[in-house]
Design a protein around this ligand. Structure first.
Ligand SMILES: [Zn+2]
Length: 118
């Protein structure tokens, strides 16, 4: 579930801010492949997909964090890299804090984690 935000997601940008061209390289190739029936419609392509989870390292026990995925593509006319799409998903993180008052069954106490080399 996505919590309320001041921002509206997904965010989409059409034209290149530098030259006004709408088409991008990866998305154009994807549309060509979609037209040939080689890939399913409705997906999205980009030269770079960036994923970032908005976390607080001081509060690692927070279970659900906002996660942003951004698509960066290259303008077919001027080559400028630009964000074309950003979406938000709230991701459930698999961090479970152990209860410090109760030893975990089967886990030796006082044994440091093994970080040895080879
Ligand atoms: Zn451009």
């Amino acid at each position: 579930m996505v919590e309320k935000s001041q921002l509206e997601f997904p965010m989409d940008w059409g034209k290149c801010p530098y030259c006004g061209e709408e088409r991008c390289v990866a998305e154009t190739v994807r549309l060509e492949e979609e037209a040939k029936g080689k890939i399913n419609p409705g997906s999205k392509s980009a030269m770079v997909q960036a994923l970032v989870a908005i976390t607080d390292v001081l509060a690692p026990h927070i279970r659900t964090v906002p996660t942003l995925i951004g698509y960066i593509d290259a303008c077919v006319k001027c080559g400028a890299a630009r964000f074309i799409h950003i979406d938000r998903r709230d991701t459930l993180m698999g961090v479970e804090m152990p209860n410090p008052t109760q030893p975990q069954p089967g886990v030796p106490q006082g044994v440091p984690p093994f970080f040895g080399k080879g």
